[in-house]
Design a protein around this ligand. Structure first.
Ligand SMILES: [Zn+2]
Length: 235
């Protein structure tokens, strides 16, 4: 009996330890989240996947729009770096290698940001953005998803639910294709879909954090509701 009791106690201890180890907090809101995917595991895969998306492109030849996305991206990046430094959280940006590209695909009203700051806009969202402030609404929102580690949280949940695995390395060892697919799904990097909505919790968190970032970047946050209205009408 004593043995069994000890075993149960040990099991409970291990479970608590895993839960503590696997939980991190969202930078801005402090919400606890499941996180089984580390930056060092995910960033090499992100770089590979992002490169293949950009290589396939095709990138937009509309220089004015492409420059607008890059200019806005750099301002939002600076805002994020300032924000995180102010909170003593700069280490969370370690390994980030920001990039902002506009892909020529007028049918796709989408944009996303992968972990590590790899951003893609599709030309289909540009008429809905209308101007640089509209681009900033989308940029702030998508970057917020990445800073709040929503993609990593979704990957963690899916890894457990779909594969019963606790680390990304284990999944990549078993099936690299599945690991890459999971990443693309988790950041909403598909085409032919509108700006993908994730759970209400993730969306309101990204809206909240995105408004902070766009404002710090020098854009008028009052334009945000107007953009979302246009987005809803456009769908
Ligand atoms: Zn979103």
């Amino acid at each position: 009996m004593k043995n069994k009791f000890m075993r149960n106690k040990l099991f409970l201890f291990a479970l608590v330890a895993v839960t503590i180890y696997a939980c991190t907090s969202v930078a801005v809101t402090g919400r606890k989240q499941l996180n089984l995917v580390s930056n060092s595991e995910i960033l090499p895969i992100v770089n590979q996947q992002y490169d293949s998306v950009i290589r396939k492109g095709p990138l937009s030849t509309n220089k004015e729009q492409a420059d607008m996305v890059k200019r806005c991206g750099l301002k939002v990046q600076k805002a994020v770096e300032e924000y995180m430094a102010g909170k003593g959280l700069s280490s969370e940006l370690q390994g980030f290698d920001w990039e902002f590209n506009l892909i020529d695909d007028p049918k796709t009203a989408n944009a996303w940001c992968m972990p590590g700051g790899k951003v893609a806009f599709y030309t289909g969202i540009m008429p809905i953005c209308k101007n640089e402030t509209g681009v900033a609404v989308v940029m702030g929102h998508e970057v917020a998803h990445a800073i709040a580690n929503h993609g990593r949280e979704r990957m963690s949940t899916q890894m457990l639910a779909q594969y019963g695995l606790g680390t990304l390395s284990a999944l990549m060892g078993q099936s690299p294709g599945a690991g890459k697919e999971l990443l693309m799904q988790a950041v909403g990097a598909g085409t032919n879909i509108g700006l993908l909505k994730f759970s209400r919790e993730h969306e309101s968190e990204a809206d909240h954090i995105g408004l902070i970032f766009m404002t710090m970047a020098g854009y008028d946050p009052n334009e945000a509701p107007k953009f979302w209205e246009r987005m809803t009408e456009g769908l």
